[in-house]
Structure formats: structure tokens, C-alpha cells
Write a protein that binds this ligand. Structure first.
Ligand code: NAD
Length: 508
């Protein structure tokens, strides 16, 4: 129970509720975390670390709701998600505002965040086709085999801070439309958008208990990894958390899909369309202040494309750094002062190791937002693969630039990097593009497309250090992740074909 002192502090700021059994409830926790506006560092709300009792109540609610939800007709579930996608569309601006105030990204980019999640909800409305099983009649005399695709039970999702709408929407709509109930833990730094999304799902008709939301950090994560009713965990976030969750969850017999960190390379060939390429590189490196797992944070300039570097710097310089809700803002703040400090120290590590900062955003000043976590677009040249600014994911508005003599050299650089989330090649030569797409060991490849996040009829992939598990998010793989197969073999013999004695040999 929260102390009197704590209760009086909590009164001064809005509190984020838990969503348990269809009700938005105030936590009884004595441990609360501040949520800050990254543009000002003001505390704007408080989020609880849910107590063990609250987390158990949420999981129990999911368990209780499973039977009727999974037995509900698939058309009825589909109708709920059809209504849900319309509600999200109708409220996209409100959702975007809640993202900008907690996460910092620009309003236009926040709308994109919602929109890309909305597409997954729209896709989930095709569940009547997506969940079809298989049949094979007459596998032997009078015998047919067919499969059902069935839900698993209670599934859980653990989300990161950088896409407060899109990533939760990768998780519970796909899981729930398959007939699972869902326990979600949003990022404790940006929970409000998820709560609005939960309310809309309730308004769309999702029965009580089908979605439950808990808040917290490690204890909540451990609860999810250990709870026996939870059959599958979807995680998106850093490698430190993702590897831990994959191991702990798998050890407890759960399916885990774990999307993790990235270092995405943009390979620039000298035959590329220069204007297009430079604009795409700058947009993909600095959009969302580089806090996207698909940000193009590394450029490899091949051959004569090296000479494009000064122009790249000029274009990055022209971006406007400002609070996300200010008109014309291109680059918003980082999520926290710690994040800013980490990004600045990684830039400095490049300098210390002999790289050259060609554009330095460390001392950027934003009028009226002097306390915000701003770093301006930064470009580091003369980078080599052993430098820390190359080996570590920076997750800020920093583009590191390497050079290569040939396409083969560029491919081997990309394949030697531990991450395999996304990459792009910029070229006008089809053979070059084909060679790259075939030889590069990365989950998502763009050809003249800087951020190749797949639409939901495909799956969001990722290889090597960027992913653990064997079934990816959304698309066909998402359906496989959230379902299991039951295979039925049935024989209906005519009366005169009835067995006259027991068959004791293995049927052939
Ligand atoms: P994070 O790992 O810090 O947090 C993600 C979630 O895990 C949060 O809900 C958090 O509460 C929990 N968590 C944090 N630390 C933990 C720990 N040590 N043990 C257990 N749980 C922990 O990630 P973030 O900072 O919110 O997000 C940024 C990271 O996410 C980046 O590395 C980015 O590349 C990655 N990301 C990956 C993808 C992808 O699809 N591959 C998409 C978006 C973000």
C-alpha cells in the first residue's frame, strides 16, 4: 500500500493505470517511476511498478478469459478488430500527441508510428484466411487428414520505448485475433499511448480479460518469463534485455521471439542517383533522432561515392532540431539525459580513436527547450570497423561513415558486423543490387529503399545478433508464432467395411 507521503506526491501528477480484467485501476504499489517529457525533462506523469498481486491478477484474468475468447466465432473476433482499426484511424492525432509528449519524436513521425501499427491491425482483420489449416482427403481408404490452427493460451508482450504505438500493435492484435488472450508490458518510459490503445480495443468490443496491461521493469519482465500460464513471449528492445528474456522464457518452456539491436548499413554505389540517395540517407539516419531500430546509422561510400561526403554533411546541417510538437521540427530530443550522455560519449570515443567529426550536434541549443535531451545531426568520418562508435549501436542522430573500394569489400564489412537487422543499397545497376541482396546476411534489405520495414503481409525479420527465436513478428510467421497445430486423422467406414478383428501391426 502506498504511504501517505507517496499518495500526496502522486496526486500532483497524473498516474498511469493498470488495465486488469477490463478495468483501468490505480496501482497499490509503493514504487513509482517518473515519466518525463524529453523536450523539457519535466515530469509529466508517474507509472507504477505493479505489485506481485496485481501482476498475478492480470495473468489470472487472461487465463479466465481464454476459454470463451478462443471459442468465440472467428467472425466475431474479426468484427472486433474491424471496429478497432477504424477507432485507431479516427484517433490517430490524439495517439500521436501522446507519443510526442512522452517519446519526443515529431508529431508527423508519431503519426507514422501509429499508422505502421494500424496496418498490422488491418492485416489481422484477414484472420479468416490467415488461420486456415490444411486438408488432405483419402490418405488411405475412407480416411482424411486435416489440421486446425489453434491459439496457444495466454501470450505476453514486452515493448521498447521507441515506437509506443507500432510495436505494441505488432504484438497483441495478432496474438488476440488468433484466439489468445494477452498480457502486455509497455515500456515504462512511454506507457500512455498503449493505455489509449487498450481503451479503444475495449470500445471496439474486446471482452474483459482478453487484454491485460501491467507496468514495471525487471520484476514485471521476470514475472512474464516465469508465469506458468504464459505460453509465448514477444519481445522488442535491446540485446541486453532480449537475450536475457529469450533465455529465461525458453528455459521455462515458452516460445520466445526476440527482436533486438541493430547497426544498419547504407551502401552507396557511385552509380546511384545522387540526389535521391543523399536525401534518403539523411532522412533515415536522423529521422526520429536516430532512435529507430531500422535507422541507417552507418554509411559505406564505395569508390567514387566517397566524394559525396561534403554534400551529405550540408544536407544534414539543414535539418531543424526542435521539440517534436513545434512546427517544422525534423529532429526531436533523445529519450533521456542518460541517453544523451551515452550518445555524446560514443561520439567522443570516435574522436579519441582517430575518427573525424564532420558535423557535431553535441552542443546544439534549442531556444525555449534548454533542458531537453537534444543532440543535433552528427556525422563521423574516417571510421574503421574496430572503433567503438562502429561496433556499438548508438541509437541517436549519429551517422558513422566508412569507405570501401569495391562492392565485395562493402558486403564483407556488413556481414562481419554482429547485427543483421536492416540494410540498404543505393545503385542504378540491377546486377549490383541482385548481388548485394543475395550475398548480404541481413534480415531486411532495401534496394533504393532506406528503411525497408516490411508491410504486415510479410514478416519483420532480422538475423544474427538482431534476432533470437525462429518465428518472426507479423505476417505468416506471426500467425505461426501465436498458434499451434492440431492434426486430425479420421476414418468413416461404410458399415460393410467394419474391422472383424484387432489390427495389431503399425498401420501402413
Ligand atoms: P530496452 O531493452 O531497454 O527495453 C525494452 C523492454 O525491456 C522494456 O519494456 C524494459 O522495461 C525491459 N527491460 C529493459 N532492460 C531490461 C533488462 N535488463 N532486463 C529485462 N528487461 C529489461 O530497450 P529500449 O531502450 O526501450 O529500446 C531500444 C532498443 O530496442 C534498441 O536497441 C533498438 O535497436 C531496439 N529495437 C529493436 C527493434 C527490432 O525490431 N529489432 C525495434 C525497436 C527497437
Amino acid at each position: 500500500m502506498a504511504s501517505a507521503a507517496l499518495r500526496s506526491v502522486l496526486k500532483t501528477k497524473p498516474t498511469v493505470k493498470l488495465f486488469i480484467d477490463g478495468k483501468f485501476v490505480e496501482s497499490k504499489s509503493s514504487e513509482w517511476l517518473d515519466i518525463h517529457n524529453p523536450a523539457t525533462n519535466e515530469v509529466i506523469a508517474r507509472v507504477p511498478k505493479a505489485t506481485q498481486e496485481e501482476m498475478s491478477a492480470a495473468a489470472d484474468s487472461c487465463s479466465r478469459a481464454f476459454h470463451s475468447w478462443s471459442e468465440m466465432s472467428i467472425l466475431a473476433r474479426q468484427q472486433i478488430f474491424l471496429r478497432y482499426q477504424q477507432l485507431i484511424k479516427d484517433n490517430i492525432k490524439e495517439l500521436a500527441k501522446s507519443i510526442t509528449v512522452e517519446q519526443g519524436k515529431t508529431l508527423a513521425d508519431a503519426e507514422g508510428d501509429v499508422f505502421r501499427g494500424l496496418q498490422v491491425v488491418e492485416h489481422s482483420c484477414s484472420i479468416t484466411s490467415l488461420m486456415l489449416g490444411e486438408t488432405l482427403p483419402s490418405i488411405t481408404k475412407d480416411m482424411d487428414t486435416y489440421t486446425y490452427r489453434l491459439p496457444l493460451g495466454v501470450c505476453a508482450g514486452i515493448a521498447p520505448f521507441n515506437f509506443p504505438a507500432m510495436i505494441p500493435l505488432w504484438m497483441f492484435p495478432m496474438g488476440m485475433v488468433c484466439g489468445n488472450t494477452y498480457l502486455l508490458k509497455p515500456s515504462e518510459r512511454v506507457p500512455t499511448c498503449t493505455m489509449l490503445l487498450a481503451k479503444m480495443l475495449q470500445d471496439a468490443g474486446a471482452p474483459d480479460g482478453t487484454l491485460n496491461i501491467i507496468h514495471g521493469q525487471h520484476d514485471a519482465v521476470n514475472f512474464i518469463c516465469d508465469h506458468p500460464a504464459i505460453k509465448a513471449i514477444s519481445f522488442v528492445g535491446s540485446n541486453q534485455a532480449g537475450e536475457y528474456i529469450y533465455e529465461r522464457g525458453s528455459k521455462n518452456g515458452k516460445r520466445v521471439q526476440s527482436n533486438m539491436g541493430a547497426k544498419n548499413h547504407g551502401v552507396v554505389m557511385p552509380d546511384a542517383n545522387k540526389e535521391n540517395t543523399l536525401n534518403q540517407l539523411v532522412g533515415a539516419a536522423f529521422g526520429a533522432a536516430g532512435q529507430r531500430c531500422m535507422a541507417l546509422s552507418t554509411a559505406i561510400l564505395v569508390g567514387e561515392a566517397r566524394s559525396w561526403l561534403p554534400e551529405l554533411v550540408e544536407r544534414a546541417k539543414a535539418l531543424r532540431v526542435n521539440a517534436g510538437d513545434q512546427p517544422g521540427a525534423d529532429v526531436g530530443p533523445l529519450i533521456s539525459p542518460q541517453s544523451k550522455e551515452r550518445v555524446c560519449s560514443l561520439i567522443q570515443s570516435g574522436v579519441d580513436e582517430g575518427a573525424k567529426v564532420l558535423l557535431d550536434g553535441r552542443n546544439v541549443k534549442v531556444k525555449g527547450y534548454e533542458n531537453g535531451n537534444f543532440v543535433g545531426p552528427t556525422i563521423i568520418g574516417n571510421v574503421t570497423p574496430e572503433m567503438k562508435c562502429y561496433t556499438e549501436e548508438i541509437f541517436g542522430p549519429v551517422l558513422v561513415v566508412l569507405e570501401a573500394d569495391t562492392l565485395d569489400d562493402a558486403i564483407s564489412m556488413v556481414n562481419n558486423n554482429p547485427y543483421g537487422n536492416g540494410t540498404a543499397i543505393f545503385t542504378t545497376n540491377g546486377a549490383t543490387a541482385r548481388k548485394y541482396t543475395h550475398e548480404v546476411d541481413v534480415g531486411q534489405v532495401g534496394v533504393n529503399v532506406p528503411i525497408p520495414v516490411p508491410l504486415p503481409m510479410f514478416s519483420f525479420t532480422g538475423s544474427r545478433g538482431s534476432f533470437r527465436g525462429d518465428m518472426n513478428f507479423y505476417g505468416k510467421q506471426g500467425i505461426q508464432f501465436y498458434t499451434q497445430i492440431k492434426t486430425v486423422t479420421s476414418q468413416w467406414k461404410a458399415e460393410d467395411a467394419t474391422l472383424k478383428s484387432p489390427a495389431v501391426t503399425m498401420p501402413t
